[in-house]
Design a protein around this ligand. Structure first.
Ligand SMILES: [Fe+2]
Length: 351
């Protein structure tokens, strides 16, 4: 294969690996030029043949005991608290992550500073929705880390994002941090090794033998209905990377009708055990518990890299045979992401 690009991670400047790759290629144009034969509406739902949900769930429970369970480190608080509402353990990790964090907690948020009570105001929650809608989250956090709260005000103004709270004090203390996006939580391709938990039991068998693509930032994801609170769902709105960078595969292991996924403008959907799901995660979306409930939703959330493979010896991401040639949705449908699947073409269930 000719003209297939490759990227040594040691050549990457101080920015995320995937943004560096995007800047040097016409990957976005290549993606835009491909018309998939299968389209999400708004989800693609498929069955994974011979996937033993109970066995995988048991190995997730075993891993919790052995390797721990970590709540998400809120993006929205200066305190290093992990929330009991959303958490799990990392399936992948980056050995060069730029701040101290246990391997099995590393795909569950990163410490934030300089936001103070920004997200405790109604104006802040509203602004967050616009920040995500405009896909400005990583830039927003970079300014928080490196410049503090006052430059955030300018950032919001420059991007036409309203912050309707004239009493808010923008002069609060600034703790400078060198933390850049590189080797941070948003450095999606930095998360390139399976954690110990992800190598063990039926979970390890599945990830090693059935998943055909390189995984990037991935986790087991629990939502705990007992930790429900009234504003959690408003802060769960978010977007993920373009699917040609990171195609998310969501596999429910345990759930109840209390847990929903909402894609903005497409209503809510209840994911079911026995299926796996993918969709356009660049659309603003959220998962949440509708009401307090004595139950937990447990999913695998796999970030798969459709168009690059990784060589650990040369520390190089290199374009694979699908690069610019096959739409990531068609890769799923043809078993190039998870081996042995069957797409459910009559799957859409809305409210
Ligand atoms: Fe997401």
């Amino acid at each position: 294969m000719t003209n297939k690009p490759s990227f040594k991670i040691d050549d990457c400047p101080d920015r995320t690996l995937h943004s560096w790759i995007e800047a040097q290629t016409d990957i976005a144009e290549k993606f835009a030029g491909l018309k998939p034969s299968l389209k999400p509406n708004p989800f693609i739902r498929f069955k994974i043949k011979d996937f033993d949900t109970q066995k995988v769930l048991n190995s997730v429970f075993d891993a919790n005991v052995k390797h721990g369970w970590y709540g998400f480190l809120s993006h929205f608080s200066d305190k290093p608290d992990r929330t009991p509402y959303y958490g799990g353990f990392s399936i992948t990790y980056n050995p060069e992550i730029s701040y101290p964090v246990p391997e099995h907690a590393s795909a569950l948020g990163e410490p934030k500073v300089n936001l103070h009570d920004f997200f405790e105001t109604k104006a802040g929650v509203k602004a967050w929705y616009e920040i995500e809608d405009k896909k400005l989250g990583p830039q927003f956090f970079k300014i928080c880390f490196q410049e503090g709260l006052k430059p955030i005000k300018k950032f919001l103004d420059d991007n036409g994002i309203a912050f309707d709270d004239p009493t808010f004090d923008w002069d609060k203390k600034f703790i400078p941090t060198k933390k850049s996006l590189r080797n941070g939580y948003f450095d999606t391709y930095g998360f390139r090794f399976l954690t110990e938990a992800a190598k063990e039991g039926a979970l390890g068998d599945f990830l090693t033998n059935r998943v055909k693509r390189k995984l990037c930032r991935s986790r087991t994801a629990y939502l705990d209905g007992m930790a429900w609170n009234p504003i959690a769902k408003d802060l769960m709105w978010h977007t993920d990377e373009p699917i040609y960078i990171n195609q998310r595969i969501n596999i429910p292991l345990q759930t109840t009708p209390n847990y929903v996924c909402e894609v903005k403008g497409h209503g809510i959907h209840r994911f079911e055990v026995g299926y796996a799901y993918t969709w356009d995660t660049t659309a603003v979306h959220r998962v949440y518990s509708v009401r307090p409930e004595l139950s937990q939703r447990i999913h695998l959330v796999l970030g798969t890299i459709p168009w690059f493979d990784y060589d650990p010896d040369s520390r190089t991401y290199y374009a694979n045979e699908f690069y610019g040639e096959m739409h990531p949705y068609d890769m799923v449908a043809n078993g190039h992401v998870i081996e042995g699947i069957e797409v459910d073409k009559d799957s859409v269930v809305y409210e």
